[in-house]
Design a protein around this ligand. Structure first.
Ligand code: DQA
Length: 144
């Protein structure tokens, strides 16, 4: 079974981008860690990143169409703005786990609202790169 790991805007710069907030681990390094863990459980990872909102919508639909086991979604700033993503998560039956490196609830007020969180099966935030592995744990344990 496949787990889609979908990453939104500016996360291609992870490792370089505001490391005091997001850490120094790159998205490729996170992908490697997730792949190792997934393999132990007979799963595979499809790791993707885009800066385009509609691409995330298309990929959520694809996850459903392809029968993905789950989606880990770090929608980055679109988390706080995108009703289209909220609707896409509601439109599919594939469970979606919301992931954030930082904890948006303890940051600027404009990050406190999460459209993704309104429809996600679970939210993991504030653990740095480990947020992704904790989210995958929730999938492999069957919690999600
Ligand atoms: C983020 C948090 C968002 O508020 C921010 O816009 C990001 C990254 C995180 O992983 O901590 O780009 O999703």
């Amino acid at each position: 079974d496949k787990v889609y790991v979908l990453n939104g805007p500016n996360l291609n710069l992870l490792g370089l981008r505001e490391p005091e907030i997001y850490g120094s681990t790159t998205l490729d390094e996170i992908a490697g860690t997730l792949e190792d863990k997934a393999r132990e459980h007979g799963l595979s990872i499809d790791m993707r990143q885009t800066n385009h909102e509609g691409m995330l919508v298309d990929w959520l639909h694809e996850a459903q169409a392809e029968g993905a086991r789950a989606v880990l979604l770090n929608a980055a700033a679109y988390t706080h703005t995108s009703i289209a993503l909220l609707d896409a998560i509601k439109a599919i039956t594939t469970p979606v786990v919301e992931v954030h490196l930082s904890n948006p609830k303890t940051r600027e007020e404009f990050r406190h609202l999460s459209y993704v969180g309104m429809a996600a099966a679970k939210t993991v935030e504030g653990h740095g790169a480990a947020s992704y592995t904790i989210a995958l744990d929730a999938v492999v344990s069957g919690e999600v």
